[in-house]
Write a new protein. Structure first.
Length: 204
């Protein structure tokens, strides 16, 4: 029975703060995406919109280098759009066992509040779990080192077993038994004569 007084371990979050453009995070999904209420970045308290509605985020837990990290995607945000696009490209929803890769691709000024920090931009790649191979469900592969999405090589169809063919006599090869029998029927029974005739035919 779980100890109700035990301290609950908090899963650290994936952070691109102060990271250079080009930073990549890649890990295996160990908990499927879940919608939760966003937290205030400074206080850690539940966050709300000015109208009082709770802000929402999608949290996906990844295993990165043996450690668990929560990838937060506020709704709406550039991260949310990147993950949504990754699902569309992969043709599958992000789920446990898949590989999720996120690149920090750049920044752009906040269009509504230019004085605020620039908005980070991301590109995400998702490779669904496939117990029978490394490619995703739509035949694509994601290189977690480069982020490149490529078409998985097509496997050649299984070859039908071929029945061994029996060697056939070469064209022009003489059937000695048939020739011998024909000569004997013609009244030529001397073995030396038959052998000489067969040799002459073979040379010709």
């Amino acid at each position: 029975m779980p100890d109700p007084f035990a301290t609950q371990e908090k899963t650290p979050s994936v952070s691109f703060k102060d990271k250079p453009i080009g930073t990549r995070v890649s890990g295996r999904v160990v908990e499927a995406p879940e919608e939760v209420q966003s937290r205030d970045y400074d206080t850690g308290e539940p966050a709300f919109w000015p109208d009082g509605k709770p802000k929402k985020s999608i949290v996906t837990v990844l295993e990165i280098n043996g450690e668990r990290y929560g990838l937060w995607a506020p709704k709406p945000s550039a991260m949310f759009r990147a993950l949504s696009d990754a699902q569309q490209v992969a043709g599958a929803q992000i789920a446990v066992g898949g590989i999720l890769t996120v690149d920090f691709t750049g920044e752009q000024p906040n269009p509504d509040k230019p004085r605020l920090n620039p908005q980070k931009q991301y590109k995400a790649f998702y490779q669904p779990n496939n117990p029978f191979g490394e490619d995703s469900g739509n035949g694509q592969q994601v290189n977690t080192q480069t982020g490149e999405v490529t078409q998985a090589p097509q496997q050649p169809p299984y070859a039908q077993p071929q029945t061994p063919q029996q060697p056939t006599p070469q064209q022009g090869q003489l059937d000695v038994a048939t020739i011998t029998r024909s000569l004997q029927e013609a009244g030529i029974t001397d073995p030396a004569t038959i052998a000489a005739i067969i040799a002459a035919r073979q040379q010709g």
